[in-house]
Design a protein around this ligand. Sequence first.
Ligand SMILES: *Cc1c(COP(=O)(O)O)cnc(C)c1O
Length: 390
Amino acid sequence: MDEPFRDELDQLRARSLLRRLREIGSAQGPNVELVGQHLVNFSSNDYLGLAADERLRAAATHAIEQFGVGAGASRLVSGTQSPHVALERAIAKWKNAPAAIAFNSGYAAAVGTLPAIAGKNDVIVIDKLAHASLIDGARLSGASIRVFPHNHLGELESHLEWARREKPQARVIVVTESVFSMDGDRAPLREIVELKSRFEALLLLDEAHAVGVIGPNGGGLAAEEKLSADIQMGTLSKALGAAGGYICGSTSLIEWLTNRARSFIYSTAPPATVAAAAIAAIEFLQTSEGEDRRHALWKNIELLHQLLVSETNRKPESAIFPFIVGQENDAMNFAHALQKEGFFVPAIRYPSVARGSARLRITVTAAHTESQIRALVDSIRRLQRSSGRH
Ligand SMILES: *Cc1c(COP(=O)(O)O)cnc(C)c1O
């Protein structure tokens, strides 16, 4: 019998674009167990090493005793348990925002929020390298989508001019990230805020890779630069070590999303235990121990930057280090070779990044040791030399 999708899968395989899941038999952390092999893990977004932290475990265990596992219904029906309410308060306080709403994931936050705040008469102006969840949310909204080249202020400005000229009645929303997920660089936030204010647009800023890492209390890039976005998005699943996404902003925005964000309304609430773990992470970020952990992370970022990045006049911007290889199969081979040497570093390929810009995506965390970082770079350099690539 003809099996559907077989040919399509074969084609992906032939182009080195087939993806498969790899089973991890341990908690997240600087060391993981991958199908029986112990690896040093440079693949996760658990930047502060909180995913398996005792405080989060204890908060989750306590909540599971009290609230059980399933939330039973969507938040608006009967799924709002006390930890969900406490989480939203904790997010708003930590982010210094009037209000917050939590979603099942960052992905759900994006695809729920953009269609709720923009419709077919509106305009979304979005950075070319914005995360898939933001692109999907923009498409789902039915708004006119204008894409500007990555971090290109001139093109952003001309799209905003176009929107104001051609669609004077439209709500215009600028969508970007503070730290880009596959390149690790930052948006020129001050200039973007200046432009969106001049054109009376709204800014949706996704801080997924900045919260926990950048800014006072790990509040993100906007907090660091004392700027504000109208719609602040983030995830509780990366530096915060738990799961779930959030939006914060004005009380009317949050009330509107509670009424209109379909991924919030039509999906069962996440387990209260996950919310409890996220609260523990947010509390930890605001302690002096949390600050020490952030310093430990930045010490590791500086070390990896110094060892790996040749343009030393550049400053490291985040915990994400793209090591561009180019061809998809070369990136796969490089990642396999590193795995043989004991390192888990993912090869990132199309469609996560442009064709021909396949890369190793190295992420460093506060929990790595100096010798683990040095050993990784030694292996990369040795493999580069033996493959004749420099
Ligand atoms: C990971 C990520 C998301 C999605 O967050 P999840 O909680 O993992 O669904 C959204 N935006 C960006 C930029 C991300 O990197």
